[in-house]
Design a protein around this ligand. Structure first.
Ligand SMILES: Cc1cc2nc3c(=O)[nH]c(=O)nc-3n(C[C@H](O)[C@H](O)[C@H](O)COP(=O)(O)OP(=O)(O)OC[C@H]3O[C@@H](n4cnc5c(N)ncnc54)[C@H](O)[C@@H]3O)c2cc1C
Length: 212
């Protein structure tokens, strides 16, 4: 559930659910949403005297990455380029990181026009690659092996700092975290092998839950 105060005094309230749960809906969206809120008593108490100021909306998936990050006289960055599932609240940092990278790319295009094409291709590749690295964690966020690692953190091979760097959005730069990130993934997979039944159950549950 989210509960986000907005600058104009309103509050954005919402829920992220598995697709299968959305498909159980038998009422209108507003009633369905009110039922979801009722399942979170603390949120329901906060909203007891709240007034709904816009209609309830539902959407299947709001993650996207534009097919092209650049074209004649334009370059895309921030939300204009992509938006990734907001599990880790990385939107602002990704927007700022892409702004730095795009500014460098534009600078190169203006100073060295012959390098423009290669620079823009490199920019697009770096953005896509960075988001792919972050997505690895998002796709596995509710896997039991990942939950184990998050809830019982140990800092072998400095995986903790590396993970914090990734989740903070430090995915485009030269920070030397990738060896530790690889170790984190190795521990994650090792955890899965150690608990095969749980891993298979999680895989099956996910497959059913995300079926469209
Ligand atoms: C409810 C909500 C909660 C969020 N929570 C978080 C969070 O906790 N942490 C986090 O990191 N991210 C969060 N995000 C995501 C984050 O806000 C965005 O990823 C980030 O603001 C993107 O920055 P941006 O500069 O690309 O776009 P924006 O911040 O949208 O800026 C684009 C600007 O361009 C202006 N504009 C649009 N069209 C024109 C035009 N034709 N001419 C001139 N100006 C124009 C707009 O008015 C706007 O000011 C949240 C988003 C929402 C909606």
């Amino acid at each position: 559930m989210w509960f986000i105060p907005l600058p104009d005094g309103d509050t954005s309230v919402g829920a992220v659910t598995w697709p299968y749960y959305m498909k159980t809906r038998q009422t209108d969206i507003e009633t369905f949403f009110r039922d979801i809120i009722a399942q979170a008593p603390e949120l329901a108490a906060r909203l007891a005297s709240a007034e709904m100021v816009t209609p309830v909306e539902a959407t299947g998936n709001f993650s996207y990455f534009c097919e092209r990050a650049y074209g004649p006289n334009y370059i895309l960055l921030g939300d204009a380029l992509s938006f990734i599932d907001p599990v880790f609240s990385s939107g602002v940092l990704l927007a700022m990181q892409s702004a730095f990278a795009a500014a460098d790319a534009v600078d190169t295009c203006l100073r060295h026009p012959k390098e423009a094409q290669a620079t823009l291709v490199g920019y697009q590749r770096a953005m896509r690659e960075g988001l792919r690295k972050l997505s690895w964690f998002i796709y596995r966020i509710n896997h039991p092996s990942m939950r184990d690692l998050f809830m019982g953190p140990r800092n072998i091979f400095r995986v903790k700092e590396a993970l914090l760097s990734v989740l903070a959005g430090d995915i485009f730069g030269d920070t030397p975290i990738w060896r530790s990130v690889t170790m984190f993934k190795a521990i994650y997979y090792w955890n899965q092998i150690r608990h095969p039944r749980r891993s298979i159950a999680a895989w099956q549950r996910r497959r059913v839950s995300i079926r469209v």
